[in-house]
Design a protein around this ligand. Structure first.
Ligand SMILES: Cc1ncc(COP(=O)(O)O)c(C=O)c1O
Length: 389
């Protein structure tokens, strides 16, 4: 509990680890050189960048550091993957397969490609939020050039059968991308084991800084750049590199491997305690997502007869920070596209909230939530102020 507040929104972002800050500091102060400069200070920055690239490549099982492109976060990595592959392969075909539950960074990149003459098929998940490999196979056409399916969903934490889907893509000679922004730095992720051609990651999801990420691109895959300018990142992403951020990301990734099994087990135990406590104490509370094929820190729950946003605001007043997949667009609240795709109706989707736990959460914090939540839900149910709830 920091500042008396309980943070349960680690899927949105995480606090930067103090060791990560320490690793970054020299590159924000004395070691400020531009990696493209040929004098000493430039060479020092270049060396730090090279070491970070090696570390990221190794951490995800890439064959070569040249397969890593540093980006300004997960959204940029997703956009580069989709648009970069679509533009590079457009003479072979104009069809893309993705899913209805992707993050908006993929969905809206796909939509923009749709506006540019590409055809996009959105495969739907089952009621647990799992995308069946066979459904992906059925969506493939002769002109399919790219398949993009996320590794784990950010709202429910549900894990997708990526190996099977990647194998189908490979069998058909189609480039396969996975958005692993929620899994890298948490689960062990190995690109050869998964069989993906491209993979997105973002540092701020695993105790690194915001605004820095990477796209893994298998050597054999062609990619058109989104940002033109200098020759950085092998001419695939122009612009002076975010040296401090990249060094921080590599450090955070290195730290994520330390005591991983114990950390994941601790988080899972706390999440299971929260889940069991909520489902047993609150009638009309239902779990969204797969019961066990799920990231250990995620818990997405529908509370019947409740408006999720009101519950979040009330939890905030009690010092508890969680989130929902709903988005506020032009004054009205839009239900989560993920929960709707899983078959929830609009009311149930709007009545859902996500708790996502991290390594610093404690049993006392979970018990505090379990003390606050049931009477709060009860009170909100008894004071339904919004029409339709
Ligand atoms: C699955 C997934 N993809 C992409 C992103 C976007 O990453 P960023 O916020 O670093 O741009 C997020 C962030 O929430 C995410 O959860």
């Amino acid at each position: 509990m920091e500042n008396g507040r309980i943070y349960l929104d680690h899927a949105a972002t995480t606090p930067v680890d103090p060791d990560v800050v320490e690793a970054m500091l020299p590159f924000l102060t004395s070691e400020f050189g531009n990696p493209s400069s040929i004098y000493y200070r430039g060479r020092q920055a270049r060396r730090a960048l090279d070491e970070a690239r090696d570390a990221v490549a190794q951490a995800i099982g890439a064959q070569s550091p040249r397969e890593i492109i540093f980006t300004g976060g997960g959204s940029e990595a997703d956009n580069l993957a989709l648009k970069g592959v679509a533009w590079a392969y457009r003479d072979r075909g104009r069809h893309i397969v993705t899913t209805a539950i992707e993050h908006h960074a993929v969905l809206r990149a796909a939509k923009s490609l749709g506006d540019q003459g590409f055809d996009v098929t959105y495969v739907r998940p089952d009621a647990h939020g799992i995308v069946a490999p066979e459904a992906v196979r059925e969506a493939i056409r002769d002109d399919t050039i790219l398949i993009s399916v996320m590794h784990a969903n950010n709202e429910t934490g549900t894990l997708q059968p990526i190996r099977e889907i990647a194998a189908i893509a490979r069998e058909r000679g189609i480039v396969f991308h996975t958005d692993a922004v929620q899994t890298v730095g948490h689960l062990p992720v190995d690109v050869s084991e998964l069989g993906c051609d491209l993979l997105s990651l973002a540092a701020h999801k695993f105790y690194g800084p915001k605004g820095v990420g990477a796209l893994y691109v298998r050597r054999s895959v062609s990619l058109a750049p989104l940002i033109h300018g200098g020759g950085q990142e092998q001419e695939r992403r122009a612009g002076t590199e975010n040296v401090a951020g990249i060094v921080g990301m590599a450090k955070a990734l290195e730290l994520s491997a330390v005591d991983r099994p114990q950390r994941l087990e601790k988080i899972r135990r706390l999440r299971d305690r929260l889940e069991a406590g909520i489902l047993s104490a609150i009638e009309g509370a239902r779990l969204n997502g797969h019961p066990h094929e799920r990231l250990p820190g995620h818990l997405n729950v529908t509370f019947d007869g409740i408006e999720g946003e009101s519950l979040l605001l009330n939890l905030d007043m009690q010092g508890i920070e969680a989130s929902s997949g709903s988005a506020c667009t032009s004054g009205s609240i839009e239900a989560s596209h993920v929960l709707l795709a899983m078959g929830l109706d609009r009311k149930a989707a709007l009545g859902s909230i996500r708790f996502s736990l991290g390594k610093r959460n404690t049993i006392e914090e979970i018990d505090r939530v379990l003390e606050v939540l049931p009477p709060l839900v009860e009170r909100l149910r008894n004071t339904r102020i919004s029409p339709g709830f």
